[in-house]
Ligand binder design. Structure first.
Ligand code: T1G
Length: 672
């Protein structure tokens, strides 16, 4: 049973109990429908309280059912029956009421929520629009522009915001069920309002407000079908009878559900939740970590320390001297202050964080740490020295982690007294924001070590992806491969701004050359110079980056790189770079042919896919879905395209770049 019925006086209590998030799967829909019929037939029932068991109200339709044949009753049918119930239903909301879960609450005559509840219609994040009446009922409860804001952006609102716009009828302080029972007894003495479906739509809250929201939605979601469809559905439901609007909504929903973009978004949603499904290990629970050590207070170390502090962990940050420790502490304090300023934490939480944070230049301060992460200079010698000191001062059961982005973790582990407790935790900058965490597994790492790392990932609400030890693990290795392919394209006829334009038109947040200018060209230049002696002289090697650095063009920080930055931040195509690139083509006797944007993206995609297959063959990634999760979360590969591996196997439509099938030959020299 997933739906339970109880009675208290003349109030029926309907409880949905379908862990973990009370998704409205087939069993729930069927039992809810049966329960509604029983209540309608029961003359002793005057009102109904609908509540969910566990930590949250319903999170909506069951995402795992979308690719199965529809099973009656459809959610819309169940909700329309509740709309027309002769006894008023009161939705009592805790946690989140999302998607079909909120639509279920909208079908109820009243809604009350806990103070920390969140309510939303996030269907556009799955490439859909609400499919059970959300676009029809919501603008009959709140102003049309507010309804469009919620549906078009897919972002939940909190209980107070919901009450302010009229989405809920009250906030339940204290026990939710008791508050709902009190609310029920209160409504029975007054005339009932009509169900939302029978009300008139509420006009926009100010002239032009609806169009303003629609304009923002279009600007924020270029290339995406669902947000545009949401605007159209809302606009329609304001001007046609609800029955027609429901039919139009259902038709649009069915169409979107079959679309490549929705299948891609649902793929990423589930893939992000499956990265560690079969890796669940005993030996560590999320509350098994209390004190963290962070070695290094630079950008990465400060970001990691801030992420841990914001997750409620205490942190000891070690730097080489008091001045560096103070600078690191200042970086952390700036991040935490910004979090409070943006309303992400309260002043009280900020004060607690301050008390949980210690900086020192003495490793002895790490004596009680449960897990220590080093984020020092990317040099094997420096890292071995750090681990030697950690060996000497940390508890024997403490986990030692490196944030290295490419050094050999097996070599680092082997330099310690107990390699079983060493692991890689590769954060992406800014570490307190980026959700991806590559958990890099040295050969000797014990299960307990991995369990602790997974526990930290869960505590930090990161998306953990397991990676084997290799140069660049998964993310940076694939990025190096397609960066190299883009440099080939420069020699063969493309220009940086054309490649970057093709990438952003595809949906990437930034082109590869603008990204390199942002990171600084000198870092990889120094690495290439270090590796020059061992480089395979017969392999293709692009010298454009070297020429740029030799000319003092080190990227945005020097005002010039692949681009010119006249104002210090806006990239402008630079004729000098064009001339330099053409000289390189001429020196290599390469005839320049300007490629199309589609050809550029096809080469980039096929390079990502070819490197992804190598990574799978070498066992560096556990499956192709993990690679998609990495590319979406590390480099902003557009979620609505699913990831390079998804595109290769499951997308065959004209509106996307047709990925090549045979990737480029091995290009080891490119990974520098
Ligand atoms: N269906 C099935 N499983 C779901 C689910 C869903 N809607 N939402 C979450 N899960 C599973 C998830 O896979 C994981 O499983 C577990 O619950 C915990 O999730 C008709 C058609 C609710 C805010 O888009 O936003 O309704 O790994 O790790 O971080 O118009 O899950 O434990 O086996 O994310 O605490 C609209 C999606 C659907 C909400 C909880 N609803 N879910 O976050 O836990 S379309 C959504 C979330 C729809 C209607 C349309 C989050 C959460 P496992 P989690 P969390």
């Amino acid at each position: 049973m997933t739906v339970h019925l109880a009675r208290r006086g003349n109030v029926a209590i309907v409880t949905i109990d379908n862990p973990p998030v009370n998704a409205l799967g087939h069993a729930v829909r069927r039992e809810l429908s049966d329960t509604l019929a029983r209540i309608e037939a029961d003359v002793d029932v005057a009102a109904v309280v609908l509540i969910c068991a566990g930590r949250t109200f319903s999170a909506g339709a069951d995402v795992r059912e979308f690719d199965k044949p529809p099973a009656a009753p459809a959610l819309g049918a169940v909700l329309r029956a509740i709309d027309h119930a002769t006894k008023p239903w009161i939705a009592a909301i805790q946690g989140t009421a999302l998607g079909g879960g909120l639509e279920l609450a909208l079908a109820c005559r009243f809604r009350i929520a806990c103070p920390n509840a969140r309510l939303g219609l996030p269907e556009v994040t799955l490439g859909l629009i609400p499919g059970a009446g959300g676009t029809v009922l919501l603008p009959r409860l709140i102003p049309a522009d507010k309804a469009l804001e919620i549906i078009g952006f897919g972002k939940p609102v909190n209980a107070r915001e919901a009450q302010a716009v009229g989405l809920i009828d009250g906030i339940a302080e204290g026990d939710l069920l008791e508050a709902a029972m009190d609310f029920a007894s209160g409504i029975l003495v007054n005339p009932l309002p009509p169900p939302a479906i029978a009300r008139q739509v509420i006009p926009e809250s100010a002239p032009g407000a609806f169009v303003a929201v629609a304009t923002r939605i279009a600007a924020k979601t270029p290339g995406q079908h669902a947000p545009a469809a949401a605007v159209q559905a809302l606009r329609g439901s304001l001007s046609i009878p609800p029955i027609e609007a429901l039919a139009a909504e259902a038709q649009t929903f069915r169409h979107l559900k079959q679309s490549d973009q929705s299948r891609a978004l649902r793929h990423v949603f589930l893939a992000e939740r499956n990265t560690t499904r079969s890796v669940r290990l005993d030996g560590a629970a999320p509350n098994d970590l209390a004190m963290m050590g962070v070695i290094g207070g630079g950008t990465m170390g400060a970001g990691i320390a801030a992420a841990c502090l914001l997750a409620g962990l205490s942190v000891v940050m070690i730097e080489r001297d008091t001045a560096a420790a103070a600078a690191g502490a200042a970086r952390v304090s700036e991040i935490i202050a910004s979090s409070e300023k943006r309303g992400l934490i309260s002043a009280k939480k900020h004060a607690l964080i301050k008390r949980a944070f210690l900086t020192s230049d003495d490793y002895a301060a790490l004596a009680r740490a449960d897990l220590v992460i080093e984020a020092v200079f990317e040099d094997m010698g420096v890292k071995k020295q750090v681990f030697a000191q950690l060996d000497a001062v940390t508890r024997p059961d403490a986990i030692l982690a490196s944030n290295t982005s490419y050094l050999d973790l097996n070599e680092i582990a082997a330099s310690t007294r107990n390699p079983a407790r060493v692991i890689g935790l590769h954060f992406f900058s800014p570490a307190h924001v980026m959700r991806l965490l590559e958990i890099v597994m040295p050969d000797a790492a014990a299960d307990r070590t991995l369990a602790k790392a997974l526990s930290l990932a869960e505590r930090l609400r990161k998306v953990p992806v397991l990676a084997g030890v290799c140069d660049g693990f998964i993310a940076n290795r694939i990025m190096s491969a397609y960066r190299c392919e883009c440099e080939y394209m420069l020699e063969e006829g493309a220009l940086p701004w054309q490649v970057d334009r093709a990438m952003t038109a595809f949906g990437m947040p930034m082109g590869i050359f603008q990204m390199q200018d942002l990171a600084g060209l000198d870092i990889s230049w120094a690495m290439r110079k270090r590796q020059a002696a061992t480089r395979d002289q017969d392999a293709r090697y692009v010298e454009i980056g070297d020429r740029l650095c030799e000319a003092g063009r080190l990227g945005r920080k020097s005002g010039r790189g692949y681009y010119w930055y006249p104002d210090g931040k806006t990239p402008v195509p630079d004729p000098e770079v064009e001339a330099l690139i053409k000289q390189e083509s001429e020196r290599k006797r390469l005839r320049r042919i300007v490629p199309s944007d589609a050809a550029i993206m096809e080469r980039i995609l096929s390079t990502m896919q070819a490197e992804g297959h190598r990574i799978l063959r070498e066992g560096i990634a556990r499956n192709a879905d993990d690679i998609d999760v990495v590319m979406v979360n590390a480099f902003g590969f557009p979620r609505w395209r699913g990831g390079p591996m998804f595109m290769e196997t499951r997308v065959r439509t004209t509106d996307t770049v047709q990925p090549g099938t045979d990737g480029p030959p091995d290009q080891d020299q490119c990974r520098t």
